[in-house]
Design a protein around this ligand. Sequence first.
Ligand SMILES: *[C@@H]1O[C@H](CO)[C@@H](O)[C@H](O)[C@H]1NC(C)=O
Ligand SMILES: *[C@@H]1O[C@H](CO)[C@@H](O)[C@H](O)[C@H]1NC(C)=O
Ligand SMILES: *[C@@H]1O[C@H](CO)[C@@H](O)[C@H](O)[C@H]1NC(C)=O
Ligand SMILES: [Cu+2]
Length: 254
Amino acid sequence: MKFSSALAFMAAAGAQAHYTFPKGYSTGAVSGEWEHIRTTENRYSHGPVQDVTSQAMTCYELNPGQGAPKTLSVAAGSNYTFTVDTSIGHPGPLHFYMAKVPAGNTAANFDGKGAVWFKIYQDGPSGLGTNSLKWPSDGKTEVSVRLPSCLASGEYLLRVEHIALHSASSVGGAQLYIACAQLNVTGGSGTLNTSGKLVSFPGAYKATDPGILFQLYWPLPTSYINPGPAVAACRRKEGSRKIGIMGRWRGDRG
Ligand SMILES: *[C@@H]1O[C@H](CO)[C@@H](O)[C@H](O)[C@H]1NC(C)=O
Ligand SMILES: *[C@@H]1O[C@H](CO)[C@@H](O)[C@H](O)[C@H]1NC(C)=O
Ligand SMILES: *[C@@H]1O[C@H](CO)[C@@H](O)[C@H](O)[C@H]1NC(C)=O
Ligand SMILES: [Cu+2]
């Protein structure tokens, strides 16, 4: 994309490009809307969270404390997919975090507060340093993550987060699109080591983190550093993916 058409794209990337994550599935049929995914505050507006210190950063819930009516059982090592209403209309990284529900709580009533979240996935762009930067989630109508086989079995919240960077060059300009699914993980080996990798939402991000306050267009970015902790992955023999674990993407040129 030429610089002039990049500017035209920025102007076109308006409110109509906002999105939500209302449905999900693992190996079975796609769920109904907000069935095991907590209804988000932007259910109708589709708008983003822009204050990374707000309580909305946890699960962006419309009715905190209410939970979703169902909890979906999923096998460790299988994929979980959120559907997107309508599609990932803005450029930026995709992250997935999980929180193990503490004893005495259920996925339906756990508030997700405290240093309980570990990151299981992050991605970065291709084409850094060129005028054809591309993010893996661009235009997607579904986003999937492989649930680590080394999770401990039990109930979890799975938090999807897409950070739109098209207006992120000023503080508070990044747009975060968030939702939490209530999952019951079965058959996990329980060896995942999350020591040193647990964060809270809000808390994990600052408005000035380099992956949040980011100039997407000009000068052409040559690296991207994902905000938040390193990915917590299974040991290699359990099938972890090494790509992106360091959380820094570099351009081929520049
Ligand atoms: C599972 O999700 C990953 C993304 O984490 C994706 O690359 C892969 O294609 C998915 N596998 C299936 C079978 O959908
Ligand atoms: C979670 O899965 C276990 C094992 O299949 C089952 O015993 C339990 O009832 C499930 N809990 C929920 C909330 O679905
Ligand atoms: C878990 O990770 C921490 C931090 O990297 C490390 O110090 C610790 O030895 C690990 N524990 C196990 C059981 O591997
Ligand atoms: Cu938007």
